[in-house]
Ligand binder design. Structure first.
Ligand code: NZQ
Ligand code: ZN
Length: 394
């Protein structure tokens, strides 16, 4: 078991109609002017944006708005937000949306609060932020856990590089309003893609080669079972409040650090491999992860078949004899069958990508930072390994 630090300062307000409290909650924060940041059209169409504006006006909180954040959020929108915040003297950011909107808000927060450097440097990891504007969240999709996490992922249109920021507690939201009902309007594909992302945040932390903690393993296995169970329910009953609620809370717990306590940080190779897909081909993050995971798992499981066998036994209740290798492979197959059952892809073709050899090479070249880094800890992967995994997933 590794030593660890667990820090999760976000106040969570969970339940039906909780978003109507946002004006009062912001008032308590003592802010001067808020930027309401949102995405394409869903928050406008559902009436959520109007409700949020009304709540702020009633509480006497001054605000400006900036919409138009796209999935795989862009650096150009971040720059637009930074300029707007400076012009309008904004001192608090309210993200109304999913991971893309929250991440864009975090990037704006860094940009405004660190005028001494260019915000992209935090994503190149050549600089570390020293401050961030405070952020609040009204979550509309259960997926990334960005509502409690310490990172943000932005795509730079110059070179189509999708990069995660330096991990930094400064960007953890001050509060997150989680109303499962706000996710009812999601297309099925986004709901299920979100479920995969939630699973993956725990799996990335679970598949490590060091000794782990029994309590963390149990929390992780139970979280995975809960998400699998409820993701299946949501295929048939998108308006099932309890299923929405279970998945939403699992999403926050899966990426606030809880399932990594004592595991030493996790593997994260699948996330690194997927970020290149998102940057180059603009795919939904969770679906991209589903398309890669089985290939990654088959490529690495022999490093520690026992760990994969534990996963098979405790998450999918596959009887585990002494043949760890066989049980490990059965667990990988079971997860892929689950992905198929929720209409998620298990390879790149099913994700909608027909990639050439050159494109596969470019993905691996970018993911390895031009052959200068390795990824993963379960098994360290160099550029050649990455290329092989993309090829297996093709
Ligand atoms: O833009 P709108 O119109 O709102 O539509 C969005 C978008 O098209 C739609 N949507 C969201 N809530 C909705 C809704 N449609 C109807 N009803 C609702 N209630 O869903 C689509 C996807 O939204 P997005 O915010 O992109 O999804 P998600 O939450 O999956 O975020 C993905 C981004 O977060 C990053 C990913 O890489 C990706 O860029 N991640 C961020 C992390 C973090 N900061 O901790 C960790 C993750 O691993 C991940 O990398
Ligand atoms: Zn993710």
């Amino acid at each position: 078991m590794r030593d660890f630090e667990y820090y999760t300062p976000t106040r969570v307000i969970f339940g039906k109609d909780t978003h109507f409290q946002v004006g009062t909650i912001l008032k308590e924060q003592g802010c001067r002017k808020v930027l309401i940041h949102y995405g394409g059209n869903s928050a406008v169409r559902s009436g959520l944006l109007k409700q949020v504006e009304t709540s702020l006006r009633e509480a006497g909180v001054d605000y400006v708005t900036l919409g138009g954040v796209v999935p795989n959020p862009r650096l150009s929108k971040v720059r637009e937000g930074i300029a707007l915040c400076r012009r309008e003297n904004v001192d608090f950011l309210l993200a109304v949306g999913g991971g893309s909107v929250i991440d864009s808000a975090k990037a704006i927060g860094y940009g405004v609060a660190n005028p001494w450097t260019d915000v992209w440097n935090f994503y190149l990891k050549t600089e570390t932020p020293t401050a961030c504007l405070p952020i609040g969240v009204i979550l509309t999709i259960a997926a990334t856990g960005s509502e409690m996490s310490n990172s943000t992922v932005i795509t730079n249109e110059e070179g189509w590089l999708k990069r995660g920021s330096v991990k930094c507690d400064l960007c953890r939201p001050k509060f997150a309003i989680l109303n499962p009902r706000l996710t009812y309007t999601l297309p099925q594909y986004q709901t299920e893609s979100g479920c995969v992302d939630i699973l993956m945040h725990t799996m990335e932390r679970y598949f490590v080669n060091s000794e782990t903690m029994e309590i963390t393993d149990s929390i992780s296995e139970s979280l995975m079972q809960t998400v699998i169970y409820n993701a299946r329910i949501l295929m048939k009953e998108p308006g099932n409040y309890n299923a929405r609620a279970e998945v939403m809370w699992a999403g926050s717990l899966s990426h606030n650090g809880l399932t990594g306590c004592g595991t030493g940080g996790g593997d994260w190779a699948c996330h690194q491999l997927e970020h290149e897909l998102g940057g180059m081909f603009d795919v939904a993050h969770g679906a991209g992860l589903a398309a890669l995971w089985g290939s990654w798992a088959r490529y690495v499981y022999q490093e520690n078949p026992e760990r994969f066998a534990q996963f098979a036994a405790n998450v999918f209740e596959i009887p585990c004899g002494i043949d760890f290798e066989k049980t490990a492979l059965a667990g990988i197959k079971a997860m892929e069958e689950f992905f198929r059952s929720i209409k998620m892809p298990t390879n790149l073709r099913e994700l909608g990508l027909e990639l050439t050899d050159e494109q596969i090479h470019e993905l691996a070249f970018k993911c390895s930072f031009e052959d200068t880094r390795t990824i993963g800890t379960f098994r360290q992967l160099n550029m050649k390994d990455m290329e092989k995994i993309y090829l297996m997933a093709r």
